[in-house]
Design a protein around this ligand. Structure first.
Ligand SMILES: [Fe+2]
Ligand SMILES: [Fe+2]
Length: 241
């Protein structure tokens, strides 16, 4: 089973909420960075959306045990990310940046009407894989920007987790390409129309904005899976007129 390798990787990379040095947080430094706090709030909102987003995807993938296992890891580690981000904001944030249960529930409520179709599974999986990759780059960039050391450390752990999540989704897609080569075209067109699932709950999907490095990483990932990257595909279509 593909998922066992990912379960093993998750267990050996695991960090615990209690290992974060909460009492060492420099609250002054953190409050000097309101934009970063706002980004953390949006990120927490996306992590807090996983318990309704994940099952929607999982129900469509019920007959793919690897997929349900990899999504279970996403749910568990997403819960860790949500908990850590919310705690961080509780310790340093002002009222505007804290995340209340009520605002999370209101955000989830907005997504109540979203339904997924089984024949679009490749699109959802591709968007999931790319969203996780963007999240990894987003957290890494925030870790480089912040002057608050506890946050930098926390974001380092989370960024590495997201890379693993993206690799897990990539393995699920690879299995499907191996079973049916035509799936590669579906992956490429899904990547061309990439939409971060976090934009279901957050108005501006921060992780997407002009993230050149993440776009390059996404291209590499798609090339590994399909032998062609979305940008190359677009260039080809252009030169073929
Ligand atoms: Fe996460
Ligand atoms: Fe994730």
């Amino acid at each position: 089973m593909i998922y066992e390798e990912h379960l093993r990787a998750a267990e050996s990379a695991a960090w615990s909420i209690d290992s974060i040095r909460w009492s060492a947080i420099d609250r002054g430094a953190a409050r000097d960075e309101p934009e970063i706090l706002a980004s953390l709030r949006d990120a927490a909102m996306i992590e807090g959306y996983l318990p309704t987003f994940g099952p929607r995807l999982m129900l469509l993938l019920w007959d793919d045990v690897d997929a349900t296992a990899i999504l279970s890891l996403e749910l568990y580690e997403g819960l860790k990310h949500y908990t850590a981000l919310r705690r961080y904001l509780d310790i340093v944030g002002d009222d505007a940046s804290r995340l209340s249960e009520r605002s999370l529930v209101a955000a989830r409520e907005k997504t109540g009407g979203i339904t997924y179709q089984r024949d679009e599974i490749i699109t959802y999986l591709t968007h999931f894989m790319c969203s996780e990759l963007f999240a990894a780059h987003f957290f890494r960039r925030l870790a480089e920007q912040t002057r608050e050391p506890v946050l930098a450390e926390l974001l380092g752990y989370m960024s590495r987790d997201e890379l693993r999540h993206s690799a897990g989704a990539g393995a699920l897609l690879k299995k499907r390409v191996a079973a049916n080569a035509a799936v590669a075209n579906e992956i490429i067109s899904a990547a061309e129309n990439f939409r971060h699932y976090g934009s279901d709950v957050v108005d501006i999907p921060l992780a997407e904005e002009n993230d050149f490095e993440a776009i390059m990483a996404m291209n590499r990932k798609i090339r590994q899976l399909c032998g062609l990257a979305p940008t190359e595909h677009l260039e080809e279509e252009f030169s073929n007129g």
